[in-house]
Design a protein around this ligand. Structure first.
Ligand SMILES: *Cc1c(COP(=O)(O)O)cnc(C)c1O
Length: 483
């Protein structure tokens, strides 16, 4: 600490941080000495570089661990890379909300206490409103002439009309796992929830339906088999203990072959007939039509609600393209019960999440899908991406690096359409004398780190998930990589 070079560090870093860093550096050096790694010359060198080593250690300790990376994997909603990036408009709204006081829970008209959910509930109501068809057998999702039609009593019809008049409400919690927990605890604690054996899913990061069910205090009642479950299986399992029918989206797998699953309409009809709510854990929950990007067979939030599902749960940072959040949308009466559950208070989100969600939802209300970064990436065509790849490759002049531009596949990720891909063009890199894994490791070591895929001995860069303003950084990294 008395050496002038070290003492001068205390001016910018403070005495305590410098002492800590010096201790780390010295104990590392002692270990190297005692393990016999250093000969006399190397030891002299290490000792003469001590103050530099202390400064490096200080820089490392006092810099951020969480840093931006370039996602060149082509997986748009990559959970390990933070899922959905947010737009500047969203960040502006976060910034103004974060750096000032706000009307988070304050009613400006009356001067009274307000509710934090109003800010986004009003937008969800617009996005999820739909023309209710007249209450009829077809609206109830029954097949014409089906025997269940007769069972649909006048009383059910009235209850149904009542519920739909009250409209669709939405509340926000920390993530979709929390949304499922709150919904199950509110609607089914102490009672039974019927789920198909083909839908007892595990999502990465230890979210397992049976475990969440147990934590919620609800009792799991499995029906059907792994590959085949029919509406009749749900019906046979209904008792006076049944509180909820649950359908879970198969977010990250598919079951193919000899399979059967009841349609949503069949489950809706059964739920109505027996006065039991039907909930669907959508996982990804798109607020736009996935068919517009060539992906079929994935129900959106509105599809599910429109077909009569009473409650849906979905993530804020998957297909919606917003901040991490769990959304619960459904009939106002059921949502009101969840809002008054004390778990809701424990799972509620911060004002910054409301700000980010509000700004994201406003883009949907204005049909400005390109304002949402992940939706813009999904809508890029293979031709546009190919042109960008050509332009980028033409700027790389590292001679040992072999670059080819080939057809490839981007993935949505984030538990949506697990077997659907978006056609793309990728840069395929190889380098004599360097394995693909070594090349990928060097890309990860660049500043900012670049994350790529390795396939069949080559490194693949998919520019679908690389922001155009990051192109220059990719070119610079490739030009340095073999040097
Ligand atoms: C992703 C997913 C979850 C978990 O959502 P988080 O927002 O990551 O907590 C739960 N259920 C399904 C079906 C999912 O796809």
């Amino acid at each position: 600490m008395r050496a002038p070079a070290v003492r001068s560090l205390t001016e910018s870093y403070g005495h305590d941080s410098v002492v800590d860093a010096a201790r780390v550096v010295l104990s590392r050096l002692r270990e190297e000495i005692s393990s016999g790694l250093l000969d006399g010359n190397a030891l002299q060198l290490a000792l003469s570089g001590l103050s530099g080593a202390v400064e490096n250690q200080l820089r490392r300790t006092l810099s951020y661990s969480l840093r931006p990376v370039i996602n060149a994997t082509g997986v748009i909603l990559h959970t390990n890379l933070g899922r959905a990036p947010l737009s500047d408009a969203v960040i502006d709204h976060i910034r103004e909300t974060a750096t000032s006081y706000s009307n988070l829970e304050f009613d400006l008209a009356t001067g009274d206490r307000g509710k934090r959910d109003v800010h986004v509930d009003r937008l969800f109501r617009r996005l999820l409103s739909y023309e209710m068809p007249a209450v009829s057998a077809s609206a109830a999702g029954l097949r014409p002439g089906g025997t269940a039609e007769a069972a649909l009593s006048t009383r059910t019809e009235m209850a149904y009309a009542e519920a739909t008049r009250a409209g669709i409400a939405t509340i926000v919690v920390n993530n979709n796992a929390a949304a499922v927990l709150l919904a199950l605890n509110t609607l089914a604690e102490g009672g039974e929830v019927i789920v198909s054996r083909g839908e007892l899913v595990e999502i990465g990061g230890s979210f397992r339906i049976p475990d969440v069910m147990a934590k919620s205090g609800a009792i799991l009642r499995e029906v059907g088999t792994t590959n085949r479950t029919r509406a009749a299986d749900y019906e046979a399992a209904i008792t006076e203990r049944t509180r909820l029918l649950l359908r879970v989206h198969r977010s990250n797998f598919e079951i193919k072959g000899f399979t059967e699953q009841p349609t949503t309409a069949e489950l809706v009809a059964l739920a109505r007939q027996r006065y039991i709510p039907l909930m669907e854990d959508l996982g990804s929950g798109a607020l736009f039509d996935l068919r517009s990007i060539g992906i079929g067979g994935e129900p959106g939030v509105l599809d599910s609600l429109r077909s009569g599902v009473n409650v849906v749960t979905y993530s804020g940072d998957k297909l919606l393209g917003g901040p991490q959040a769990g959304l619960i949308s459904g009939s106002s009466e059921l949502i009101a019960r969840m809002r008054s559950n004390s778990l809701f208070r424990a799972l509620r989100v911060d004002k910054l999440v409301y700000a980010a969600l509000e700004a994201t939802l406003l883009a949907y209300v204005q049909h400005d899908h390109d304002a949402i970064p992940t939706l813009r990436m999904m809508r890029l065509t293979k031709e546009e991406i190919g042109k960008r790849a050509e332009a980028l490759a033409s700027k790389v002049n590292a001679r040992q690096l072999k670059i080819e531009i080939i057809d490839g596949e981007s993935l949505l990720g984030g538990g949506a359409a697990p077997s659907s891909v978006l056609p793309t063009r990728v840069l395929a890199l190889s380098c004599g004398g360097l394995s693909a894994d070594e090349l990928a490791a060097r890309l990860r070591g660049s500043e900012p780190p670049i994350i790529a895929r390795v396939e069949e001995g080559r490194v693949l860069l998919d520019l679908r998930t690389v922001f155009p303003e990051q192109n220059a950084a990719v070119v610079a990294a490739l030009n340095r990589i073999t040097s």
